[in-house]
Design a protein around this ligand. Structure first.
Ligand SMILES: Nc1ncnc2c1ncn2[C@@H]1O[C@H](COP(=O)(O)OP(=O)(O)OP(=O)(O)O)[C@@H](O)[C@H]1O
Ligand SMILES: [Mg+2]
Length: 1088
């Protein structure tokens, strides 16, 4: 049977590898890959390196992206649940709301690694967890709909990814102060325009083309001249038209619907399609060489594109085969038409196609932005999904740009992670030595500028420019270690030589901008208003300026992007592609290793660990390791930092292994953390705890009921009852002390609270003031509030302990016979007149505690004339006051003070003889059943856990139930079993009522004779028991003093001998002492 190991930070989650690689014991690339692999094979795609999320593409739908997970990760701390993109997203969202800071997430990784899918999960999560009315819902719809639209126009099948983003996207989701996504902004860059006119083998053009061809209606097909894809030159070069698992026709309708949701009007939607089709037809125009000039091969093929682009076919021909040039003649400049050769004509055609397509794409982005833009920005979360660093056989200019940007991002990633790390140390006041991290200096500086330069001076024709470029590059960066020239191209060693260097061909044509004068010239010949709208450039004013090159544009975009990112709190997702087959569970070791290398994951861990592997805010640390020591379990009472130190010392952690920050503890090595974890593991067993809790809760419930009955007994026939005080459940702590350190400070560390409530206290003039009344095993506390008179906290309201009453000094309680809530606490010094809605409960708990501690009964008196002594103050004061109770009307007490007498008038309540109505046969039955279930579960787990002994402090004989000593009639004990004990059936074995009416469950015990025999067998005779009423069952002697921590527990002194009613495998035994039956820890006693 497989050994199940559970997630070390949350329960019931299988553990696979380490979920934070900071905890790896060896930081090598192999260890990282190994860990990722292990987790991947176990279907865990997410792993952390501190705050960085690593995501490995599973190539199948994982089950953990449902609403259940959205629920689970909401508001949870990162380490509470297994790593998940929802955890990271939730963290961003909360950071933004709490800190009021903009957040961004940089998703990186190579093509097909899962960046876009990750971005969509982020958007989905935000949309789900944030609220908002109709307007916000509309924004959410647009944000979600923008994905299929931009993917249709910006994604394509490549050899690496069937849905590869061929553009970069930075999507800002903007939020209101209330955290509702009510706006957004998309910045797009680096659209791979070259794909419009040609694709590699097995690749496709942008999805929209195939969608249109497959999904258009008959009329659309006719109007747009839609043929099969192989008809179009721009589609048939690669010979690939279909993509596995993609339904182009269905996607077409989604694309159209998305345009509609975004608010693009119907006629514009039609024009967009018209341009898309127009580009396809444009591509089919071919040229032949006639003399030295390019000439349109077939005029027929001009007709359709001219029609779709709204231009006269002859004009289109002229535009494609000639170029306008400015020339100067004797100080005058004039434009002349220069005829182009075939190659130049082809180039012009393609340039027009690319420009048109790019402008349509920009238009769509702009349309989305217009639909969701906000007049002013408040908060935002930005998602950067840029397409990946890629190296092909030969890489064009566009690839160079992409790799350039990727590298820049990698650089800021490293800088920012290190920066954040350092900042945290500074903030927390932690001493550390700066570490060396590998510096991934961006590729040779200046390549971009050289490219721009050459383009600017390049002659219109472009010939010879490539050679010029190489020469210039050689001159500018030729000595740089990351640059080599290579035949007709150049090589740049990206990522500090971590990957085989790509060779860039330096064809400069592609560096000529989309904003190409010639293209604009052509466009100005088109009659379509929409197309003109797409090209707003003013030819005349732009004449003088240097043409914008693609290179300079990208440089600007990259800089803008970096500036934006730098203003946000950054988060990172590093996507890894485990294989090239796109199949689940397929792991290509060398591929992964390569990615781990160039993503710099090892450095990432090193940076993170150089300081401290583990950090946790004090509270969380205390919570997690509370179980390690008695002082911290279940809760540390005192300054958190002290508690943390106490825990660290309890495991003897070396002083140099940790540092205490201002709010967090930093642990240096993972090994030290493992030490803590192991200790915890040993002490702690999920099942044991769960079962124990349920079991204890069950017993507690039962006890409460019993207590309620007793409480009712106290008042029975003495006091009229309020209607609502009958049948109310006892809860005990009405102040929620767990969350009230300001009140807890007056209590001892482990002091268990029986009762806590806010009460009214009346002074000598019968003026009432609020006090917090707390009853614990040690006594009664009355806490008030006072303004601080001096010191740094002057003027602040602070809690003050007004009174602490030991049980020993309490003389009794007096109450009226009426239904009011007043009672007087009589004490040796002076008395307190109090009023509490929960007096019955308080009284009951108090009388129990009182009896426990003082071994006396608490005196409770009921009269309608109560007297109480007031506190002596200064010279005057002292003396006593009288409270008179009178019959009146209504349930509200009317107070009338006259001199030293307070008259309280109140209507009649329920008769004094009202009994609590509860504990029907039915509920008893339920409890029996419930109890049995718990026990069965308990035994089940005990039997199935290898560590059964972990939580059963007594060996198997534990199921024994001893008959209670006061049960007089018992079967004669003739033949006793050899070892004296018999196994009881696995049913709840404790008493369900103190009337002893559950005796049928009992089994014969060994009785006196058995006990004596056992004693005579034992080596040393036990010390003579204290004189006690004749004991009939097994007994035990206290090895230590134990003070009951709860009302269902008993207390005893060292050496007390008392009846053992039941042993229980939970370790909580039941005993009876001084007439009280209750629970106590079995290991505090020895059986005798
Ligand atoms: N979390 C995931 N669960 C299931 N499948 C996934 C997941 N992530 C990625 N995939 C699969 O991998 C394919 C590629 O992922 P995606 O398009 O997100 O890659 P990418 O990193 O954006 O690549 P590119 O740089 O080419 O745009 C998806 O179409 C999907 O089939
Ligand atoms: Mg993508």
């Amino acid at each position: 049977m497989g050994h199940i190991i559970y997630h070390w930070q949350s329960q019931n989650v299988k553990q696979s590898g380490v979920d934070d690689m900071v905890l790896l014991s060896k930081i090598t690339e192999d260890a990282i890959v190994e860990n990722l692999k292990k987790r991947y094979m176990d279907d865990y795609i997410f792993t952390y390196i501190g705050p960085v999320l690593i995501s490995v593409n599973p190539f199948k739908q994982m089950p953990y992206f449902s609403d259940r997970e959205i629920e689970l990760y909401q508001g949870a701390a990162q380490y509470e649940n297994p790593p998940h993109i929802y955890a990271l997203t939730d963290n961003m969202y909360r950071n933004m709301m709490i800190e009021g800071e903009n957040q961004c997430v940089i998703i990186s990784g190579e093509s097909g690694a899962g960046k876009t899918v990750a971005a969509k999960y982020i958007m989905g999560y935000i949309s789900k967890v944030s609220g908002g009315g109709a307007k916000v819902q509309h924004v959410k719809d647009i944000i979600l709909q923008s994905n299929p639209l931009l993917e249709a126009f910006g994604n394509a099948k490549t050899v690496r990814n069937n849905n590869s983003s061929r553009f970069g996207k930075y999507f800002e989701i903007q939020f209101s102060r209330g955290g509702e996504p009510d706006g957004g902004k998309i910045s797009n860059f680096l659209l791979e325009k070259s794909r419009v006119v040609s694709q590699n083998d097995s690749e496709r053009n942008f999805h929209v083309y195939y969608q249109l061809i497959e999904g258009a209606s008959a009329e659309q097909k006719e109007a747009l001249g839609i043929m099969t894809p192989d008809y179009y030159f721009y589609l048939n070069q690669s010979g690939t038209y279909k993509v596995d698992g993609t339904n182009d026709s269905k996607d077409f309708h989604e694309t159209m619907e998305a345009m509609q949701v975004i608010g693009i009007p119907g006629d514009i939607r039609a024009q967009v399609l018209q341009i898309v089709a127009g580009i396809l037809h444009l591509g089919n125009i071919s040229f032949i060489e006639a003399g030295n000039y390019g000439q349109v091969e077939s005029m027929d093929l001009l007709a359709f594109p001219a029609y779709l682009l709204a231009v006269d076919p002859n004009r289109l021909q002229e535009k494609l085969t000639s170029r306008k040039m400015d020339s100067k003649w004797g100080g005058k400049s004039e434009s002349i038409n220069v005829t182009l050769n075939q190659e130049q004509a082809n180039y012009t055609r393609d340039a027009l196609a690319k420009a048109l397509y790019a402008r349509v794409f920009d238009y769509l982005v702009e349309a989305i932005n217009k639909a969701i833009q906000k007049p002013h920005e408040e908060f935002s979360i930005g998602v950067l999904d840029i397409y990946g660093f890629e190296i092909f056989q030969r890489n064009g200019f566009e690839q160079f740009c992409i790799n350039f940007v990727n590298e820049k991002l990698q650089q800021i990633f490293i800088e920012l992670t290190l920066k954040a790390e350092q900042e945290e140390y500074v903030q927390e006041g932690i001493k550390w030595t700066a570490i060396q991290y590998f510096n991934n200096k961006i590729n040779p500086p200046g390549v971009m500028s050289v490219l721009d330069d050459v383009c600017a001076t390049m002659h219109a024709k472009g010939e010879g420019a490539d050679g010029t470029l190489l020469q210039k590059l050689q001159a500018a960066v030729g000595t740089h270690e990351h640059f080599n020239s290579w035949n007709s191209g150049f090589v740049i060693h990206h990522y500090a030589g971590k990957s085989p260097p790509p060779i860039y061909s330096c064809s400069l044509r592609s560096n000529i901008t989309a904003w190409c004068k010639n293209v604009v010239n052509i466009v100005y010949g088109l009659d379509s208003d929409f197309i003109r709208y797409l090209f707003p450039e003013n030819l005349n004013t732009d004449k003088k300026s240097r043409p914008t090159t693609a290179g300079s544009k990208i440089k600007k975009q990259a800089n803008d992007l970096v500036n934006t990112l730098m203003k946000c709190t950054p988060h990172y997702i590093r996507c890894i592609k485990p294989n090239e087959t796109k199949r689940p569970k397929d792991w290509e070791e060398s591929r992964v290793k390569h990615q781990v290398e160039y993503l710099g994951l090892r450095e990432n861990i090193r940076v993170r660990r150089a300081g401290f592997a583990y950090r946790r805010v004090f509270t969380k640390f205390l919570q997690r390791y509370a179980i390690l020591t008695a002082e911290t379990w279940p809760r540390w009472r005192g300054p958190e930092q002290q508690g943390v130190l106490h825990l660290l010392r309890s495991v003897n952690m070396d002083n140099d292994q940790y540092q205490m920050g201002r709010t967090k503890v930093f642990v240096k090595n993972p090994e030290s953390l493992f030490l803590l974890e192991e200790m915890r593991e040993r002490k702690f067993d999920t099942f044991a705890r769960t079962i124990q809790k349920a079991y204890r809760r069950y017993i507690a419930r039962k006890k409460y009921e019993q207590m309620r009955e007793e409480a009712s007994d106290i008042l029975y026939n003495s006091k009229e009852r309020r209607t609502n005080s009958i049948n109310r459940n006892f809860v005990g702590d009405y102040l929620g002390l767990e969350q009230r350190p300001e009140l807890r400070q007056f209590l001892a560390k482990r002091e268990r609270v029986d009762f806590a409530d806010s009460v009214n206290k009346f002074d000598r003039r019968f003026k009432s003031i609020k006090r917090d009344l707390i009853l614990t095993a040690k006594g009664i506390y009355l806490i008030g509030r006072e303004k601080v008179k001096k010191g740094p906290e002057k003027g602040q309201i602070k809690e003050v302990l007004k009174r602490k009453l030991e049980f020993g000094s309490i003389n009794g309680i007096s109450l009226s016979t009426r239904q009011d809530d007043f009672f007087i606490l009589h004490e040796t010094q002076y008395d307190s007149l109090l009023e509490s809605n929960f007096k019955t409960e308080f009284l009951s708990l108090l009388s129990k505690r009182y009896e426990d501690v003082t071994k006396r009964k608490l005196a409770i008196s009921f009269t309608d004339r109560l007297e109480y002594r007031v506190k002596k103050e200064g010279w005057g004061g002292g003396g006593s006051r009288v409270v008179m109770f009178q019959n009146g009307i209504g349930d509200q007490a009317q107070l009338k003070p006259t001199g030293k007498t307070l008259t309280i008038t109140i209507g009649n309540g329920l008769p004094k003889s009202s009994m609590l109505f509860f504990f029907s046969k039915y509920t008893l039955h339920c409890y029996l059943l419930f109890g049995r279930l718990v026990m069965q579960l308990f035994h089940f787990f005990a039997a199935h856990q290898n560590g059964a002994t972990k939580f059963s402090r007594v060996p198997k004989q534990s199921d024994i139930m001893y008959s209670s000593p006061h049960t007089q009639s018992r079967p004669p004990q003739t033949a006793l079993p050899k070892l004296g004990f018999q196994r009881a059936p696995r049913i709840p074995t404790h008493n369900h009522s103190n009337q002893g009416n559950m005796d049928f469950l009992n089994v014969p015990d060994e009785g006196m004779s058995g006990k004596q025999r056992k004693q005579s067998i034992g080596q040393r005779p036990p010390p003579a028991p204290k004189p006690q009423p004749r004991p009939q069952g097994p007994r035990c002697r206290a090895l230590y003093q134990y003070i009951g921590q709860d009302t269902d527990e008993i207390s005893f002194e060292y050496n007390d001998v008392f009846d053992l009613v039941k042993e229980d495998p939970s370790g909580w035994w039941t005993g009876r002492i001084r007439g009280k039956e209750g629970l106590f820890p079995g290991n505090y006693v020895e059986k005798i």
